[in-house]
Design a protein around this ligand. Structure first.
Ligand code: NAG
Length: 505
């Protein structure tokens, strides 16, 4: 609290000491209930009283900070009496560090901001086709090989044929010590870090390091008519040669859906369990995210080993094979007292028995899961994809992945679909904004995509449908918050209605 106050106004306030004459802040624990985030703030001329659980007091402090303003160089705070608690228990932001690596200092800066806006989950997308970002002691090649790519495609991949590359080596990874430091830093700010280790798809970087855990050519498949299978993208490597899109022997420097995925075989399960064991040791979170999205099944269709599993297990098709794969990983996580969470594709072929679903292709997957009494996090790409453009005229904005997501649309989102019964709605644990970083290579741009949209999400997540009010948000709170972001050097997009853009990311 005081550090932030100091950054904002160059002042620190005495906390927990009551000294008449000097306004001070008294904190009292009024609940030992660990999960409750409710708090009360009483501001009188005598001072500021904040009470609640440990978490509640933390949020009370954030509210107090947000109420403070300067008036001719003096700090002022209105006298108020507030009783508050969040609408949703899960209030998240996802950061993709796979497409581009971000330094520990920037992650900490984002965690500080998330805490200030009362987010309590950071979903950390640590592995991708284009980079594996977490040190795994048992498999050092994952970061020696998988954390680096030789070059990165310039512009959108449909802009050029053949692709144009920047020729710049890109990469980086977090040591286990750094990851632990982030976990602790976040925990001190009431934020749980949920790690994501993607499987069975989006795993090219891992498979570049360990092709033996893949499913293609490694287990007896011969290309038809000498032609390799292709994924959604036909590509050239940086030397202008056709990219071996099926084998993925190098870490790809272009985006899209890659065809090479993990193979369904014992040595792969052993590998993944080893990796997850180290991951669980670093991350105490209840949830472990296992990805599950966009895994093309072509290789499984042609792999003798996969087809054998289908036969042996009496499975219908490759979708059921994916479900078999994920259910086996879930069993392992559950045995270790963790819960599996995955993108909504994990519904295909049958949902693993205890899985929580992150609904990204709209709300459909989330609705289906809630109807099956599974827990859900809503993160639809229509309202919660912060990698999308913030202006309708895309030429006025730095290049992004496509899609248009203005502030107001984020604000308008309500995570509990009305088609669900009240009981089913209770399975919607919360909401999350996703920041994919294909086109986000710098800290400034990362912040520019997050802010101010994360502020709208903060109100969606905390206030719920009945309390939030867009006009009030933009008239009273937003300008104040933007001034603070400016003060602490956070890049943000100035919303159209306020002033013209003064900063260029
Ligand atoms: C999806 C991919 C993601 C990509 C993003 C871009 C999910 C769950 N999967 O295609 O890897 O970065 O959209 O908006 O979102």
């Amino acid at each position: 609290f005081n550090n932030f106050l100091h950054q904002l106004y160059g002042i620190r306030l005495p906390i927990a000491t009551f000294d008449h004459g000097t306004p001070s802040i008294k904190l009292s624990i009024s609940s030992n209930e660990e999960t409750t985030e409710a708090y009360q703030v009483e501001v009188t001329e005598e001072g500021i009283d904040i009470s609640g659980s440990e978490k509640g007091i933390f949020y009370g402090l954030q509210t107090t900070l947000q109420l403070i303003s300067t008036n001719n160089g003096n700090l002022s705070i209105p006298t108020v009496s507030i009783k508050d608690e969040p609408e949703f228990a899960y209030r998240g932001i996802m950061l993709d560090v796979g497409r581009h690596f971000f330094e520990v200092a920037e992650i900490k800066k984002m965690i500080d901001l998330m805490a200030y806006f009362k987010f309590n989950k950071m979903h950390w997308h640590l592995t991708e086709d284009q980079g594996w970002r977490l040190e795994i002691k048992k498999y050092p090649k994952l970061t020696e090989v998988g954390a680096w790519r030789d070059s990165t495609i310039i512009g959108q991949y449909w802009d050029f044929d053949p692709f144009v590359y920047d020729g710049v080596k890109h990469g980086g990874f977090y040591t286990q010590e750094e990851a632990r430091e982030i976990v602790q830093y976040a925990a001190d700010r009431m934020i749980t870090v949920i790690p994501e280790i993607e499987l069975p798809g989006h795993s090219s970087a891992a498979l570049a390091a360990h092709p033996e855990f893949g499913s293609f050519k490694m287990d007896g498949y011969e290309p038809k008519d000498g032609k390799p299978l292709t994924g959604s993208v036909m590509a050239m490597n940086e030397k202008g040669e056709p990219y071996d899109n099926d084998l993925n022997t190098t870490v790809p420097g272009f985006w899209g859906v890659q065809p090479n995925i993990y193979g369904v075989k014992e040595e792969t399960f052993q590998f993944l369990e080893d990796v997850l064991t180290e991951v669980m040791d670093i991350f105490p979170s209840e949830y472990i995210h296992i990805g599950g999205d966009e895994a093309p099944k072509d290789h499984w269709k042609t792999s003798a080993i996969s087809q054998d599993v289908i036969k042996k297990e009496g499975l219908e098709d490759e979708h059921e094979l994916q479900s078999h794969f994920i259910t086996r990983i879930e069993k392992f996580l559950n045995q270790n007292n963790r819960k599996l969470i995955g993108w909504d594709e994990i519904l295909e072929g049958g949902l693993a028995p205890n899985a929580t679903v992150m609904s990204w292709r709209g709300e459909k997957g989330g609705i289906a899961a809630a109807q099956m009494n599974h827990d859900v996090i809503m993160t639809p790409n229509s309202h919660m994809y912060f990698d999308h453009y913030q202006a309708e005229d895309q030429t006025t904005e730095p290049v992004a992945i496509g899609g248009f997501l203005p502030l107001e649309k984020v604000y308008s989102y309500s995570p509990r679909p009305e088609t669900l019964t009240t009981e089913q709605q209770n399975h919607i644990l919360g909401v999350q904004g996703n920041l994919w970083t294909e086109y986000i290579a710098t800290n400034n741009k990362l912040e520019y995509h997050l802010f101010p949209r994360a502020l709208a999400l903060a109100e969606v997540a905390w206030m719920g449908k009945t309390q939030k009010d867009y006009d009030e948000f933009t008239t009273y709170r937003l300008p104040h918050r933007l001034a603070e972001l400016e003060q602490i050097n956070v890049f943000y997009r100035v919303p159209e209605a306020t002033v013209s853009i003064t900063k260029d990311p």
